[in-house]
Structure formats: structure tokens, C-alpha cells
Write a protein that binds this ligand. Sequence first.
Ligand code: ZN
Length: 448
Amino acid sequence: MNKLASEHGAGATNGEGAERIGEEIHGLMRRLYPICRSITGDGVRRSLAMMREYIPLEIFEVPTGTPIFDWTVPKEWNVRDAYVKNSRGERVIDFQKHNLHLVNYSVPVRRTMSLAELRPHLHTLPEHPDWIPYRASYYKETWGFCLTQRQLEALDEDEYEVCVDSTLGDGNLTYAECYLAGDREDEILLYSHICHPSVCNDNLSGMALLTYLARALQGERRRYSYRFVFAPTTIGSITWLARNESRLGRIKHGLVIALVGDPGPMTYKKSRRGDATVDRAVAHVLKHSGRPSQVLDFSPYGYDERQFCSAGIDLPVGRLTRTPNACYPQYHSSADDLDFVRPEFLADSLEICRMSLNVLDRDGRYVNLSPKCEPQLGRRGLYSKTSAERDVGQRDLAMLWVLNLCDGRHSLLDIAERSGLAFGTIAASADDLAEAGLLRPAAIGDKE
Ligand code: ZN
């Protein structure tokens, strides 16, 4: 088991525990999967109500037309039914069978038309003839259907009855927060988008994983306060930022969590700042995790990190995914389903999240109280091996690094990076030295 995980209760590393938690996260995804979500509407409300069975959630409704920076809250969309029927009355495309069949945010339609008229409204993935694409049209009022290439090829010249029984009108945009107060008012922000219908990795995996992360953190001592935000992508983070602009100074670190259940390696995308503590903490955890992983520089393309890292906001918020968006074939299609996302990868992603948060929560600066030459460690029982041994254990080495660099200027993460040792080993040494009276936490006024 990873040192840090064992010392800070990250838990999910042992086989049985990881299997169970992975299955539970997948179980929540299975419950959420059939619901037709969008950027507004009852699908989001139903999903949040379900998640509220697991964690305390405060739900916010923001009326259509509310100005939010350069945007306005859009009309609310709801759908009861949608289909295309042939002249024999058979539903050849049926929203009831899969909610991806309807272009998300389609305006209401009731018409009869020829295949030629219908054709421009149909979307397929010719390179994957059995998959239904996922399409949305939030900001252009139109309608359409998505179907498999095989379904399309089976459509004859006929008169088709097209029905989109939807409503698009004044209503609300819905989002939710789970706030867990810690010792400090300073916050760590965790964000998941919630607006995709029946697609799993993107982003039921993020919604379910963050629900379980909040549930786990609830029972633990926290130095930081944690704010989980569940909102639709783009318009949701813009809405949230506009409504919380005066409080953004409290956010010291943040992560957008998305696409965390596929088999690909963990991918961390740095914040716009590039050298924020969260960037260094996650990179450190990934490096010491022993798993394949990659760290990418910031770019203004992707998910809601684009808003958190926009020029006038510039928060230290990175993004943690496995395979990034658009980099796996199943992305935004019916093949991103409950089989594509596996419990073991959900558990693995949860563990990486928890270890990264542990580093952020535990990091700090200390002052060596006996800085003139090395203090006598043997006398205090701090050396695990006799000084005659040439092979100094990791813990002993960590102790020497901590004593050397705890001058009030270096954080434990600085020391972990510089020594090449795992953060957990450095933090444990700091605890031992503090207990032995050789170290104290740096106070305001100590040099930084
Ligand atoms: Zn997406």
C-alpha cells in the first residue's frame, strides 16, 4: 500500500476496499444513466436529487435571462418524448429506447416529411456503424435525431412522422454545491459537469466519483474547507463564477474532475498558472504512484478549467481525467456506456484524487528548532538504523532533508520534490521531528 494512502486514510489501495468502492461508484452511475440530462431541466434536477441521497447538496436555481458575465442564463429545456415513425406507424427512431437518439435541446416539432427533408436532421457515425452519436444544440434553436449508420441505411423512401415533444422556455438553470467546512475558511474547489445524458465516462464518472469523494471526506478531519460544485459544462461554471465572484479569493486550489472511468492512464492538465501548488501536488502524486500517467500544460480548450483559468479569473484549478476528451473513439457516443467505464478504474481515479488532496491538505512550512549543525538524532531515538550502516533508510533520509530545508521558507512539498522522496515519507518525518521537539510549524512572520 502506498505510504501516503495508508497514513492519510486514502483507503482504496487495498484490493478488496478498492473493488468495493469502485463497484459502489459504478452503482451510482447505473442509477443515473437512464436520465436524460441537459444544461437545464428536470433531468439535472432528478440527477441531483439522486446524488443528494449520498451527500448533503444545496441546490440553486438561476432564472432564464440572468446576466452572467458576457452570457445570459438560457431557456430551460425539457423533453417528454421524441420519435420518427414510418408510414406503417413504426418508431424507426425512438428517444424512449436511448436518449442519445434526440439531439439535446431540440425545439418542439410535429410534422410529416419525406426522407429527403428529414435527412439533413439526421446524424450518424459512419466509421462506427453501430454507435449512436451524442449531439447537442444549446445555443442554436434547431432539432435533430441521432442514429446508427445501420439504422440510417435501413430507412426507405417514405413519409415520416416526426415528433419532438419538448419545451424550451423561461425556467431555470440548476446547479448544486456540497460544502464541507474544515479548520480554515480557505477552500479547495472540486467541479464536475452534469449536463450529458446517457454517456458514462463523460461525465457520469465524474459526478459519481465526486459524490463518493465528498462522502468519504465528510468523515475526516480537514484543514481546508471543500466545496464541490456540480453544474452544467461551460454555462454552469460561468454561472457559478459570476454568482461567486466576490468569494473567489478563498479558493486556494481546485480540480475539475471528468472522464475518470476509462482504461487509459491518468492525465493531469495544469492550471493556467502552470506552477500552482495543485499542479505540483498532482504531478508529484502521479510520479510516485507507480502507474503510467501524463501531465499536460494548460491550453484554453477542454472542460470547465477554461472558465476557472480565464484571464480575469485565473484560479489555480487544474483538470484530472484519464483519457482526455475527444481522445478515445467512444467519446460522445452510445459506446461510452456502462461497460466502457470499469469499477477498477473508478477506484484508481478516486485514489489519485484523494492522494492529491492529502498533499494539499497536509502541506505546510516548518522551522527547525535546532538548525546549527545536525541535531543528535540517535539520542532521541529517531534514527532507525545505527550510524555505522551505509544504507540509510528512506525515513532517515527524509528526516535529514526535512531538518535541512525546514527554515520556514520551504514547504513539505518543496522538500519532497527536491529530495525525490514521496510526500507521505516527508510528512511522516516532519511529524516525528515535531513530536521530538525539533520542529514547529512556521508562523506568520517567519520568512517565506
Ligand atoms: Zn462532453
